[in-house]
Design a binder for this molecule. Structure first.
Ligand code: SAM
Length: 249
């Protein structure tokens, strides 16, 4: 079975609540980690930059930050948070677009690579990442480890508090054959209800490394969190660095 996903749909459905969906997200730790990889003034591009959670603070530290984002409502929020335009944002699908080939780092965080619904598109996005990078440039990918979800026997529920009169109920189910996790976000606000289904095509760490190799990268290091704890059995996600291999694409 092939899953169809309209890339703009996520932002159209969730841009209003996105900044409140992940209150415990480790933004300062993520920014510090990325800064530790960069020389002053480095050129950086984020795939799926959303409302600028990471891109804006990075630009504030003097880096030349570019953002590729497919959703206009998400870009509008990014601009609201960054009225002086410190981040250079372009509206495009990161599986189809290349700005230029001179970036030091491309990063794809918060499971965004998995939003592409099949492995071919994910490999294509990794190729595009390589096309953005100078020789020896770095690709950073943060995604969840699928182990826990892959064996879900029945749907799981999570509830988030978005505001005093607004909650989001997430119903998570898995199609293990196609390695697809479907997350139905049901938002209830003062009696009105909306739903949006987010599709996430997950890959195993070794599979991701293979896809990256196909796209012209070598795996350099993998961590279990932004503090560089080791990635071990039971880690919920990983942060992996790849280097654009000498042979290029
Ligand atoms: C989970 S959010 C992460 C946003 C941001 N990176 C962060 O960490 O807060 C994923 C973002 O990727 C965008 N996105 C999803 N698929 C995309 C694609 N194919 N091309 C460009 N942007 C995409 C979505 O619109 C959304 O803004």
């Amino acid at each position: 079975m092939r899953y169809q996903v309209k890339p703009e749909a996520y932002g159209e459905a969730l841009s209003e609540v996105y900044d409140r969906m992940y209150p415990s997200m480790e933004t300062p730790q993520t920014v510090d980690f990325i800064v530790s990889l960069l020389d002053p003034g480095a050129r950086v591009v984020e795939f799926g930059a959303g409302t600028g959670r990471i891109a804006i603070p990075l630009a504030g530290k003097g880096f030349d930050v570019h953002a590729v984002e497919v959703s206009q409502p998400m870009l509008d929020k990014l601009r609201e948070h960054d009225p002086l335009g410190a981040v250079t944002a372009v509206r495009a699908d990161f599986a189809e677009h290349v700005i230029d080939g001179d970036f030091d780092l491309c990063y794809i965080v918060c499971n965004t690579l998995f939003m592409l619904p099949d492995p071919e598109q994910q490999i294509e996005a990794l190729r595009r990442a390589g096309a953005h990078l100078r020789p020896g440039g770095t690709l950073l990918v943060e995604v969840y480890d699928p182990t826990y979800f892959h064996q879900l026997a029945k749907p799981e529920f999570q509830v988030r508090n978005l505001a005093s009169d607004q909650v989001m109920i997430d119903t998570i189910s898995v199609d293990p054959v196609n390695q697809v996790l479907a997350q139905v976000h049901t938002t209830i606000k003062a009696g009105s209800v909306s739903t949006f289904t987010e599709i996430s095509r997950y890959a195993w760490p070794s599979e991701l490394d293979l896809m990256a190799r196909i796209a012209g990268f070598e795996m350099v290091e993998r961590h279990g969190d932004w503090e560089r704890s080791p990635f071990v059995s039971g880690s919920h996600r990983h942060i992996t660095l790849y280097r654009k291999s000498a042979a290029g694409l």
